[in-house]
Design a protein around this ligand. Structure first.
Ligand SMILES: Nc1ncnc2c1ncn2[C@@H]1O[C@H](COP(=O)(O)OP(=O)(O)OP(=O)(O)O)[C@@H](O)[C@H]1O
Ligand SMILES: [Mg+2]
Length: 253
């Protein structure tokens, strides 16, 4: 068994008196896609925000590549090799595709000027190598708003791979997309594994989750309720478990 890429030990998060995460522990191993599933409000997004430095955890320990980390900003987590792709805000609509790829991480010439030709060339390469797009199918000079939702997600994932992210976190990357676009996103996620990288994938659609992920971590009211490798649970069993947790929660409330 390889050592985990990411280890969460007893991670907790509170906002004042609201305990959002209550001692969450699980591992993510290199090269696997781990799905984080759970009802609305279970704490999935909060957990990834702790990992990416948006929220400061109130307890527990996080280890990345064997070293304890205390991330305090998104920039810091990016520098460590952790990238997040959200459903919205994945890309800036008003900008050309090539600008979006390098925003905040511009390539410069030796003299320190923006190296636009190289950024464009690298964008072309990224589309070809990471997305399988031909240069005719998609133009690096077009504004991002003319891309489909699935393509935007694809660019965001390709950008993360280009900048050598070891761990890509996807928080509901398919929500709000047409079925054909969702399918594209799922195939981009499979591409993450093909490139030998690792992902945490959050999605409410168990069909997507069961299709793409190698392992499932079920979060329920801020705790890990169960974990399964893909061969340990069928899709229907996973759906039944989610429904059961949902109904239990509904009775309590
Ligand atoms: N900044 C905040 N201040 C106070 N409470 C918060 C804050 N952010 C999240 N919460 C609460 O934490 C709980 C978990 O929210 P979170 O967004 O992590 O859930 P989730 O599992 O991602 O849900 P969904 O599937 O709906 O996206 C919710 O009860 C939410 O109201
Ligand atoms: Mg969420």
């Amino acid at each position: 068994m390889p050592s985990p890429l990411l280890e969460l030990r007893d991670v907790s998060l509170s906002f004042g008196r609201v305990h959002v995460l209550k001692g969450v522990s699980f591992d993510v191993f290199p090269g696997e896609i781990v799905a984080l599933v759970g009802d609305n409000g279970a704490g999935k997004s909060s957990l990834i925000k702790v990992v990416t430095g948006v929220h400061r955890r109130t307890g527990g320990e996080i280890t990345f590549r064997g070293r304890p980390i205390a991330v305090t900003s998104v920039r810091e987590s990016r520098e460590m090799g952790i990238e997040t792709v959200y459903q919205e805000r994945a890309l800036a609509d008003q900008q050309e595709l090539w600008r979006n790829v390098f925003v905040g991480r511009e390539l410069t010439t030796v003299a320190g000027f923006l190296d636009i030709p190289r950024q464009k060339e690298e964008t072309r390469r990224l589309l070809r190598e990471y997305m399988g797009f031909t240069s005719e199918a998609i133009d690096i000079d077009t504004e991002v708003k003319s891309l489909s939702g699935g393509e935007k997600q694809g660019v965001a994932i390709a950008r993360a791979l280009y900048f050598n992210a070891e761990l890509i976190i996807l928080d509901e990357p398919t929500s709000g997309l047409a079925v054909s676009e969702q399918r594209k996103v799922l195939s981009f996620i499979r591409g993450i594994r093909d490139k030998g990288k690792t992902a945490i994938f959050i999605d409410h659609n168990i069909f997507h989750v069961h299709d793409v992920a190698d392992r499932f971590v079920i979060l329920d009211k801020g705790r890990v309720a169960a974990q399964f490798a893909k061969h340990e649970i069928t899709r229907d069993e996973l759906i039944d478990m989610m429904v059961e947790l949902h109904n239990k929660g509904a009775i309590v409330q």
